[in-house]
Design a protein around this ligand. Structure first.
Ligand code: C5P
Length: 226
């Protein structure tokens, strides 16, 4: 079964610096948003791609996606959770069986990760791409290292996060208004009592948040420049 990819890009994303939301910044000559869209569009198991945008940045969206065969964009909300819910609701006429929810700020999504996620959805209602924590973790006590937190069994969540469409739509409706508690869709599914299977992701699939992240992404694409 093919999936629909829902890419959330409705955030203001200004922590990376500048006036333009990070998803529209140019990364090695191409808008950041465009990287993941091209990956989804060229994937044989993805039937359609829709982006959730902030209407303020409609023109930046148009420029960033010129020539791409996308479903029409829809408008997001005040929080990531609200943007995802609005995006999911907009897919109702297509009634997809599977949906892959992805952050526009992760340009280095690879096809194999999409495949592993979709393979997992053949037997599970929810699949979370994540990587195991390798650093030693500390719980700070003020400016001191208060306590080492056991990293055994800890994972860092990434996107895409894949779901059976009806399952995640119901879960979003069940937790509406509790946005502060959940920063991703696996969290929404967990709160609704759904078992979320872990899918091994890739260290390169990091989220661009700070100027240092943007510089790292540039170095990955242009190793000779660094
Ligand atoms: O800010 P953060 O990096 O956590 O945002 C994750 C993703 O959620 C980004 O792609 C951002 O554009 C999106 N988002 C959204 N609507 C919001 C807030 C964030 O689509 N209201």
């Amino acid at each position: 079964t093919k999936a629909i990819a829902l890419v959330v890009a409705a955030g203001s994303g200004l922590r990376v610096g500048g006036e333009i939301p990070k998803q529209f910044l140019t990364l090695a000559g191409k808008p950041l948003l465009r990287y993941c869209l091209e990956t989804f569009l060229s994937h044989p198991r993805v039937a359609g791609v829709r982006v959730v945008i902030n209407p303020t940045y409609q023109a930046l969206y148009e420029t960033a996606t010129t020539g791409l065969d996308l479903l029409p964009p829809v408008h997001g909300g005040q929080t990531r959770q609200e943007s995802v819910r609005l995006g999911l609701e907009s897919l109702a006429d297509l009634s997809p069986h599977l949906v892959l929810i992805h952050d526009a700020a992760r340009p280095f999504l690879d096809a194999a990760t999409i495949d592993r996620t979709l393979d997992t959805l053949a037997t599970h209602p929810a699949a979370l791409v994540a990587v195991p924590v390798v650093d030693t973790l500390k719980r700070a006590a003020g400016s001191f290292s208060g306590l080492t937190v056991d990293r055994n069994g800890l994972w860092r969540a990434q996107t895409p996060q894949g779901f059976h469409y009806n399952t995640i739509l119901s879960a979003h409706h069940a937790v509406m208004g509790r946005d502060a508690e959940m920063t991703d869709d696996a969290g929404v599914a967990e709160a609704a009592g759904i078992d979320v299977a872990l899918v091994l992701g890739h260290e390169d699939n990091f989220k661009i948040t700070t100027p240092a992240d943007l510089a790292r992404a540039e170095r990955m694409l242009n190793p000779k420049m660094s």
